[in-house]
Design a protein around this ligand. Structure first.
Ligand code: HEM
Length: 204
């Protein structure tokens, strides 16, 4: 039997799976609106707009709840950079590139006090504290285009906001692929996915 540690309280699991489903809906409808041929859309354009808008609003509310949860519980401590960030990131990257194939032990064992390794911590902080807020704020601005009908340095603010929104959407899509890949590196390829349902992380 592997040793287990309780890392994901119910509210984090609920937040996470809502967030994951909403992000997938937003990515699929966003890609459909941006790239499909209007004559043969991937998803009917008016449906894609409605699903994208509704999912975006629910995701923004879910994000506010996540922020309140992190501010009011001990989960927030995992979303703060500590000392030696760069050095720790290099040690973890070296482990993923070489050490893991030589059977070395993880350099930063997962504990209740420190539930993310440095690469997880860095990517989660950037995605949750920078990219997601930008995608939400730019999404709200695109919801009220009349508020941004002015020019910035000769280009329309609406156009710039749109480009920013799409770039952030792409970053989240790339994060998602990398995130799911790294989640397969657990005690078994599925144990980290199970932990996001049960709350218990299985140690190596
Ligand atoms: C189908 C999509 C997804 C799957 C299967 C998935 C899977 C997982 C798993 C297994 C974990 C627990 C292991 C770990 O901490 O690394 C996790 C944690 C996490 N995921 Fe995801 N994820 C998905 C989508 C997303 C998205 C879209 C985001 C953000 C935009 C995200 C952000 C996070 C964060 C911040 C945590 C840590 C939560 C905490 O404990 O405080 N995930 N995910």
């Amino acid at each position: 039997m592997s040793e287990k540690v309780y890392l994901y309280p119910v509210w984090i699991r609920l937040w996470h799976w809502f967030n994951a489903i909403l992000c997938l809906l937003l990515i699929v409808t966003g890609v459909s609106m941006q790239y499909s041929d209007p004559a043969f859309p991937m998803i009917r354009f008016d449906w894609a707009v409605s699903i994208h808008d509704i999912s975006g609003i629910i995701l923004a509310i879910n994000y506010i709840l996540f922020t309140i949860g992190n501010l009011t519980t001990s989960n927030g401590k995992h979303y703060i950079f500590r000392k030696k960030i760069l050095k720790n990131l290099i040690v973890q990257a070296r482990f993923y590139a070489f050490g893991i194939f030589k059977g070395e032990d993880p350099p930063f064992p997962i504990t209740e006090k420190s539930k993310f390794n440095p690469l997880q911590k860095f990517s989660y902080i950037v995605i949750m504290h920078a990219i997601t807020p930008i995608v939400i704020i730019s999404g709200i601005m695109l919801f009220f285009p009349e508020l941004i009908s002015f020019d910035i340095f000769g280009s329309g603010a609406l156009h710039i906001t749109d480009i920013l929104h799409v770039i952030m959407g792409f970053i989240i899509s790339i994060f998602l692929v990398v995130h799911i890949y790294f989640c397969t590196i657990g005690r078994t390829p599925v144990s980290n996915f199970k932990s996001m349902f049960t709350g218990f992380h299985e140690k190596h």
